[in-house]
Design a protein around this ligand. Structure first.
Ligand code: NAD
Ligand code: WQD
Length: 349
C-alpha cells in the first residue's frame, strides 16, 4: 500500500496532537500546519517521542495562502484533517469577527489551495454545537441545525460551504470529486495513556474536565457547578463525554471510508462522534474523586448562560458507515486526564 500523506491543520493542539499519534502509529506520513495561537510545539516533540516516528511541522496560518500553497507543493498530501480553529464559545460572542475570519475564511483558503492541488479528501472538526435547540436530548445527524453562538455558527457555515463544494462536483460528474466527512464531536476529554500529551488550556479553563483536574492538582481553589436545578436526576447538566483517543480513531475510520462505495462518487457526510450516553457534572466530580482519591472542592453556582440541561449523541450512523464506536470508559477518561495533569502540572511549560 502506498504511504498516504495526511496534512493536519491545528495538529499541535489538544485533539490534533492525539490524532498525529494515531496517524503515525497507523503508518501515515504526517504534516502539521499550526500557527501556535493556542498550542505549543512541545506537543509535537512529545508526539514524536512517544511514537518514535517523525513528522513535518510548518508554523503557518491557514489563512496565509502563499504559505499554504508552498506547503502543498512541497509535501503533496493526499488527505487533510482540518482541526485548526478557535473554539471558545464566550470569546466568540465577544469577538465574532475573529471567529468568522479564523474558522470560516481560514477554511475557504484551505479548501481553495486543496482544490488547486487536486487534494479533495477532507475530514473536518465540526461540533455538536451546530444542532439547534430541540426537545430531544439524543441528537441524530438529520436534526435541523441552529447554532446559538458565533462559534457554533462558524462551524455550521463551514459545513454548508463544504456541502456545496461536494454537491458541485457531484453535479459536474467531476473525475476527482470532494470526499468530505463532517465529524460532529460531543465533549472530548482525557489524554494519551502515556501522560505525555494532553489538554493544556490557556489561562483558566472554560470546560469542565480541565477545570476539575486543575482543582485536583491545587492550581484552582474550587469548581463552580453551574446549576443544580436542571430536570436531570441529580439536577446538574448532562453531556456525552468522549475519550480523545476514541475521537481521533474516528478520523482514521473516516479516511478509510473515503475508499468505500459511500464516497465513491464524491460525498459530504456528517457523523456524530459521541458515546451515546451522558454523565452529569456531579458524576464526573465523583468519578474524579474515586479515581484520584482527592476531594474536589466545589460549590453550586447559578446556571451558565447558553447551557442546555442534557444532550448526547446518537452514534449509530458512525457505527454503521464508519465501523466506529467508543471503546474507552469513564474510568479511562478520568484516569488518563489525571495521569496527564499530575505529570504536567504546568502543561507543556
Ligand atoms: P486546540 O485549540 O487545542 O487546537 C486547535 C489548533 O489550531 C491549535 O493548535 C491552534 O494553534 C491552531 N490554530 C487555530 N487557528 C489557526 C490558524 N488560523 N492557522 C493555523 N493554526 C491555527 O483545540 P482542540 O480542542 O484540539 O480542537 C480542535 C478542533 O476541534 C477545533 O476546530 C475545534 O473547534 C473542534 N472541536 C473541539 C471540541 C472540544 O471540546 N475540544 C469540540 C468540538 C469541536
Ligand atoms: C460541560 C458541563 C456545564 C464548567 C463546550 C462547547 C462545545 C464543545 C465542547 C467545541 C456543562 C458544566 C462546566 C465548569 C460546570 N466545544 N460546567 N462548571 O458547554 O457542554 O461544551 O465544549 O466545539 O461547543 O460549548 O462543555 O465542559 O464547558 O461543560 O458546572 O466550570 O459542565 O454547565 O453542564 P459544554 P463544558
Amino acid at each position: 500500500m502506498p504511504t498516504h500523506t495526511v496534512l493536519v491543520t491545528g495538529g499541535a493542539g489538544y485533539i490534533g496532537s492525539h490524532a498525529c499519534v494515531e496517524l503515525l502509529n497507523a503508518g501515515f506520513k504526517v504534516i502539521v500546519v499550526d500557527n501556535l495561537s493556542n498550542s505549543k510545539s512541545e506537543s509535537l516533540s512529545r508526539v514524536q517521542q512517544l511514537t518514535g516516528k517523525t513528522l513535518s511541522f510548518y508554523e503557518a496560518d491557514i489563512r496565509d495562502k502563499t504559505a499554504l500553497t508552498q506547503i502543498f507543493a512541497n509535501e503533496k498530501p493526499t488527505t487533510v484533517i482540518h482541526f485548526a480553529g478557535l473554539k471558545a464559545v464566550g470569546e466568540s460572542c465577544a469577538q465574532p469577527h475573529l471567529y468568522y475570519h479564523n474558522n470560516v475564511f481560514g477554511t475557504l483558503v484551505l479548501t481553495e489551495v486543496m482544490q488547486e492541488h487536486n487534494v479533495k479528501q477532507l475530514v473536518f472538526s465540526s461540533s455538536a454545537t451546530v444542532y439547534g435547540v430541540t426537545e430531544l436530548t439524543q441528537y441524530h445527524e438529520e436534526l435541523p441545525l441552529g447554532a446559538i453562538n458565533p462559534y457554533g455558527r462558524s462551524k455550521a457555515m463551514v459545513e454548508d460551504i463544504l456541502r456545496d463544494l461536494a454537491e458541485a462536483d457531484i453535479k459536474n460528474k467531476c473525475e476527482y470529486p470532494w470526499k468530505i466527512a463532517l465529524l460532529r464531536y460531543f465533549n472530548p476529554i482525557g489524554a494519551h495513556e502515556s501522560g505525555l500529551i494532553g489538554e493544556d488550556p490557556n489561562g483558566i479553563p472554560n470546560n469542565l474536565m480541565p477545570y476539575v483536574a486543575q482543582v485536583a492538582i491545587g492550581k484552582l481553589p474550587q469548581l463552580s457547578v453551574f446549576g443544580d436545578d436542571y430536570p436531570t436526576p441529580d439536577g446538574t447538566g448532562i453531556r456525552d463525554y468522549i475519550h480523545v483517543i476514541d475521537l481521533v480513531r474516528g478520523h482514521i475510520k473516516a479516511i478509510d471510508a473515503f475508499n468505500t462505495e459511500k464516497f465513491s462518487d464524491g460525498n459530504c457526510k456528517a457523523y456524530n462522534l459521541g458515546a451515546g450516553r451522558g454523565y452529569s457534572v456531579l458524576e464526573i466530580v465523583n468519578a474524579f474523586e474515586n479515581v484520584t482519591g482527592k476531594k474536589i472542592n466545589y460549590k453550586i453556582s447559578p446556571r451558565r448562560e447558553g447551557d442546555l440541561a442534557e444532550y448526547f449523541a446518537n452514534p449509530e450512523l458512525a457505527l454503521k458507515e464508519l465501523n466506529w464506536k467508543v471503546e474507552k470508559t469513564l474510568h479511562d477518561m478520568v484516569a488518563d486526564t489525571w495521569n496527564w495533569q499530575s505529570k504536567n502540572p504546568q502543561g507543556y511549560k
